[in-house]
Design a binder for this molecule. Structure first.
Ligand code: SF4
Ligand code: SF4
Length: 484
């Protein structure tokens, strides 16, 4: 870490007279003096975006620019302001009071996917997520204070009111299932009827995959097959449970086949990522506490998750508690204990030592690295190694496999243009592999890539690693899932 110490020291303000670190084809960032010096206020007093961030985290960035070529938005726009280095500089300038949080500054920060690819690329160990996430929370609070509204209708009704509740979501999906079953969905699209929906609902409709028959609800306890090697709690999630319940059931079966007793507590809740990443800290913390009560106990060896975005959030509970309730040391300790037990399914099986599957699956497939697995959790080799155990499955490399597909939580609903550009980029790379299936460990990526494949008229199935492991353990063909 650099030895610069004060957020408002002289060297920092003289640096402000220069343009942003480095230049790029998209031009430089002009650092403007504060125009008004006024800050929006909320009930707790005036808010300065980023003022609660440990300033040393900004100073870790030495402006080398090695992260820029790993940044999806920079790859697309070529604008330094849309790069990690530029964004760090923007945030720091706002914190220093050298730059107002103008619409233009907010725009560059909003466009960030929070994919954390820059963290992987950075040789200085910059913890970019620790900067952008709290900064955005403050941006939301400022926007809410300025507009007098806490959140938009879409956030209230859909992101907060529907997505975190799998039962509500399952009910809400019933008309969609019926429309898909009768073909009315295709008719509505073909006749342009869907264009009558509000913009974000149109996006949701566009992203909706061909829904599989939902799996039966999992029992609360599933016994291990053979000698019990571990006792695990299965985190089932919200959107994943409503849309990909078959993958949840496959995860439970794969765990059983590996000698795990699986408990599936019914009182568990959404991981809270939707709330936390959109600035709603209190509900996110309440969901974390509910999951703590529901999933953590001394006789549980691990809490298993099969969705990269949820896993990343669950592993971050301790940090979230420290950030949102720093005085509650008991809560911080409990949530850190919780986080220490969270494992992605592929990570857990690798640690346990997987039972080799024996069923043949003759298939040429490629693997897309979900950002929240490879960048946020450093999980890359484990899913590939597990897939490598499946007889006759050939895994071919995917170019730019670690570049975000544009899903990024609710980003594909909120930033459709950039999201579509990244989806098209990903699609081209997938098609170039000649693979017959594409595999990934994140529900959000799956929705995004399925939509891109559908739009491009490429009938390539999108699968989770456990879908294939499960088939191989059970000796079933791929058509069990794809119907072909
Ligand atoms: S690679 Fe790291 S140190 Fe270099 S500019 Fe990017 S964030 Fe800063
Ligand atoms: S998180 Fe992703 S989109 Fe955001 S700056 Fe880093 S690499 Fe770019």
């Amino acid at each position: 870490m650099s030895d610069e110490a004060s957020p408002h020291n002289q060297s920092a303000s003289s640096e402000a007279t220069h343009s942003a670190a480095g230049t790029a084809s998209g031009g430089t960032l002009a650092v403007l003096p504060s125009a008004t010096g006024q800050q929006p206020a909320c009930a707790d007093g005036p808010i300065t975006a980023g003022s609660g961030i440990d300033y040393g985290l900004f100073l870790d960035c030495v402006h080398c620019g090695l992260c820029t070529s790993a940044c999806p938005t920079y790859l697309e726009t070529g604008n330094e302001n849309d790069s990690p280095r530029g964004r760090i500089y923007l945030m720091r300038s706002v914190v220093d009071g050298r730059l107002d949080l103008t619409e233009s500054v907010s725009r560059h920060l909003d466009l960030c996917l929070d994919c954390r690819s820059c963290e992987t690329a950075c040789p200085s160990g910059v913890q970019y997520g620790r900067l952008i996430e709290p900064f955005r929370v403050d941006m939301q609070r400022i926007k809410a204070a300025e507009s007098g509204k806490k959140s938009s209708w879409f956030q209230r009704l859909v992101l907060y009111g529907l997505f975190p509740y799998p039962r509500r979501l399952k009910w809400a999906l019933l008309p969609a299932r019926l429309m898909q079953w009768t073909g009315i969905d295709r008719l509505a699209r073909a006749t342009g009827l869907t264009k009558l929906l509000p913009r974000q609902l149109q996006r949701m409709q566009h992203l909706l995959p061909q829904l599989r028959q939902p799996a039966a609800q999992l029992p609360e306890v599933l016994p291990a097959k053979g000698t019990r090697r571990a006792r695990v709690a299965l985190f089932t999630g919200c959107v994943a449970d409503a849309m990909f319940s078959q993958t949840g059931a496959a995860t439970a079966r794969v765990l059983q086949a590996n000698g795990c007793e699986v408990v599936v507590p019914r009182t568990q809740a959404c991981c809270g990522a939707i709330h936390y990443h959109s600035g709603a800290g209190d509900p996110a913390l309440a969901l974390a506490r509910q999951n703590l009560e529901s999933l953590l106990s001394d006789d549980i060896d691990a809490i298993i998750v099969n969705v990269a975005g949820c896993g990343s959030m669950l592993k971050d509970y301790g940090h979230m508690a420290r950030e949102l309730a720093p005085d509650d040391t008991a809560q911080i300790e409990q949530l850190e204990q919780f986080a220490a037990k969270v494992r992605d399914i592929s990570e857990f099986l690798s640690e346990l030592g997987p039972v080799a599957p024996t069923g043949s699956l003759p298939l040429k497939a490629t693997y897309h690295d979900a950002c929240h697995l490879c960048h946020a959790q450093q999980i890359r080799s484990q899913p590939r190694e597990l897939l490598g155990l499946i007889p006759d499955l050939e895994l071919v490399p995917l170019a730019e496999s670690e570049v975000c597909c544009g899903a990024a939580g609710s980003y594909n609903l909120m930033e459709p243009e950039m999201s579509d550009r990244l989806a098209a980029r990903k699609l081209q790379h997938i098609v170039d592999t000649g693979a017959e299936a594409v595999i990934m460990g994140n529900a959000g990526c799956s929705l995004q890539i399925q939509a891109a494949l559908r739009d491009g008229n490429h009938p390539i199935p999108v699968l989770h690693p456990v879908d294939l492991l499960d088939l191989s353990y059970r000796g079933l063909p791929l058509s069990t899932i794809t119907g072909k």
